[in-house]
Design a protein around this ligand. Sequence first.
Ligand code: FE
Length: 358
Amino acid sequence: MGFFMPTKVLYGKDIVLRNRELFQSLGETFLIITGKSSRKNGSLDDVLDVLERKHVYIYDETPENPPMEVVEEISERFEDVDIVIGLGGGSPMDTAKAVAVLIENKHLKPEDLYDKSKYQSAKPIICIPTTAGTGSEVTQYSVLTVNGRKRGFSHECVFPKISFIDYKYTLTLNESLTLSTALDALSHAIEGFLSTKATPFSDMLAIESVKIIKEYLPRLMSDLANEFYRERMMFASTLAGMVIAQTGTTIAHALGYSLTTDKGVKHGLATAIFLPYELKIAKKHGCQKANIIIDMFDGSMYEFYRLLNVRLDTLITDDDIYSWASIVINASHLSVTPGKYDLETIVEAYKEVRERFC
Ligand code: FE
């Protein structure tokens, strides 16, 4: 067993502004990949401030669940940059990772991102998360949308070189984004803990992350401007990201992807609603670690979700369920998830979620 997470993590309030010299030393030409919200939460101003007198290109139209076409467009438009900055939630950071590979390796086609053997390096990536949940700032993963389906690639060369993590950018997140991103972090921690690739190193981080989210997420949801609670969630999200950098995600993520691509359900919400089912199946197959998590939630996660008012405003038909299940049955996540899953078990997962949350 081992632990590998080579990103330099700089964490704390005003962490970008306090590292002006470091930013200045990184290179001459920067590409900032972001969305519109970075203009409102103060993060883009901070980054532009510390990049004073550098050449800075900004791409601020990253959509949610970024399609490969966007990655391709950015890579063609900004060919010559030294550093790629992913600023925002998972979408800009994951886009930045893919773009950093394609700019460095000009001969690659976008689909080559999924063939690890075709490249070994990327332009240096800097990540600055403005939500607390994705963990992308400390992982080697990038999840893009290819032909309408979520498809992740993984390569050590896309671990960010440095991540600047400041909870203050999350202070203006609304209720629904706060909840869905926090639930993504919770999914990372629990799925990573259950994963057959978990190690005692990743388990320590996972348990700490779950504890923090269990304790502070309900408080944060009734006090969104509370800096202490915001900081706790950012910390838990970072820990959970470090967990999945070791373990990857398990079946809850695979089950949630179709709800996001086909029904527009936010990623963290779409994923977390499957955790009770994943725990139930793991427990049924004798996975002791499932009991540890279930005990942390006093016997059932459903009560915790009720407290957080977790629900789905989505119509799910039987046809949806069968078509999604036929995708999940082939997902690589299954091989690292404890318990046995056949088509019927997967269909049951969707039916249980529909019954509980719709
Ligand atoms: Fe996730």
